[in-house]
Structure formats: C-alpha cells, structure tokens
Design a protein around this ligand. Structure first.
Ligand SMILES: Nc1nc2c(c(=O)[nH]1)N[C@H]1C(S)=C(S)[C@@H](COP(=O)(O)O)O[C@H]1N2
Ligand SMILES: [Mo]
Length: 199
C-alpha cells in the first residue's frame, strides 16, 4: 500500500475509489505470460480481422502506424489481484479496424502469435473501449509486455488484453479462449469480481 502516495494523482482516497474489490495497487509492472515470449519483428508483423463468413482485412506494421493514433491513460486490473493506475499507452482504437469489415457477429476471439486466445463480446471492444497498443509510457512496447503490439481493454481483467496479438476473429457464437476454457470467468468484469466460472 506504500504505492499510494499523495501527489501521484490526486488524493489516496480518490485512488482507492478506482480500485476494484480484492485488488491492491502497484507501481511496478509485473509480467504475466502463460508461455515463452515470442519475438516478432515488425516487418513480419500483421494484424488481421476475419469475419464470420471468412472475409478478412489485413494491416501491415506501416499501415497500422499510419492510422490515426490515440494515447489512452487507463487503470488496469490483473486477476492475480494487482492493479496499476494511470497506465499510458499509444495505439489505434479497435473501432478503426472493425469499421473496415462488415459483420453481424456478436463475439470476437482475439488471437496471439503464440496461440493464446481470449473471447470478448464485440460491444466490449467497440465505441472507444479498446486499443491495439504499440507503445507504453512513450516507449516502444517491450516483447515481455506484448510488443510489437497488444490489445488494451482496461474495463475487463487484463487477461483479455492479448499480448503479441495477430488478429481478431468475429464469431456468431461465444467461443471461450485460453483462460476462459481453464476456469476463468467468461466475461471478467473486475468491478463485479468475475474471476472464475463460479463467480
Ligand atoms: N498472448 C498472451 N497474452 C496475454 C497473456 C499471455 O499469457 N499470452 N497473459 C495475460 C494476462 S493474465 C495478463 S495479466 C496480461 C499481462 O500483461 P503484462 O505481462 O504486460 O503485465 O497479459 C494478458 N495477455
Ligand atoms: Mo492476469
């Protein structure tokens, strides 16, 4: 709790109101990866959105970097109970990619270069709620934190924010991802403490 120093961003009391139940604040940035860290060069990187009828749209690194950029500052919450306030990312809102495809799907599976997946309702990654991020705190995103690029979906537990993301697959039905198949909650709202299936 020593992390809660006044002057960091308002009063400690204000910060505590931003802390979901069962979480503790940290100023460090832990690394949580289920497997080894893949090292993907940007010239071998691409991002693909595939629709439920198999149509797809792909962006190269240069194309993605040329899109309008945003710099969200958000609080993030890991299911292992650490929360980190005011994390500053740079990237492209997922709306920008999804606007380029036609879909009637209600769900999406985010896929990583390492095989990791996470499922999400489509409405949870649209309307400015989620980003493809390539920088953190003004610096290129390091491989252990998901570089060259990762998802940032701050309103859900951070396991949904797929590192080394390579694409989004739109699906008519909900298809549980890596942790969602292994006992973690399907939706993962930190404010409702949706950690496990039984929550
Ligand atoms: N591809 C991939 N993405 C992943 C993970 C992973 O193991 N593989 N771990 C998830 C979990 S559980 C968390 S808390 C965050 C951790 O991000 P960090 O290592 O940058 O803190 O990434 C998420 N995204
Ligand atoms: Mo996590």
């Amino acid at each position: 709790m020593g992390d809660l120093s006044p002057g960091f961003h308002g009063k400690p009391r204000d910060l505590m109101s931003r802390l979901p139940p069962g979480q503790y604040p940290t100023e460090s940035f832990p690394v949580l990866s289920a497997g080894p860290t893949p090292h993907i060069p940007t010239d071998g990187w691409s991002f693909t959105v595939t629709t439920e009828v198999g149509e797809s749209r792909t962006w190269t690194w240069e194309e993605m970097m040329a899109l309008p950029q945003e710099e969200p500052t958000v609080d993030i919450h890991c299911v292992t109970r650490w929360s980190k306030f005011d994390t500053r990312w740079q990237g492209v809102p997922l709306d920008t990619f999804l606007d380029e495809v036609e879909t009637a799907a209600d769900f999406v599976v985010a896929e990583s270069f390492d095989g990791y997946t996470a499922n999400l309702p489509l409405e949870d990654i649209t309307d400015g709620k989620a980003w493809l991020a390539h920088s953190f705190d003004g610096y290129t995103l390091s491989p252990d934190h998901g570089g060259p690029a990762r998802l940032v979906i701050p309103h859900l537990y951070f396991w949904k924010s797929v590192k080394w993301v390579k694409g989004l697959i739109l699906t008519p039905d909900n298809e549980p991802g890596f942790w969602e198949s292994a006992g973690y909650h399907d939706y993962g709202d930190p404010w409702r403490e949706q950690r496990y299936w039984s929550d």
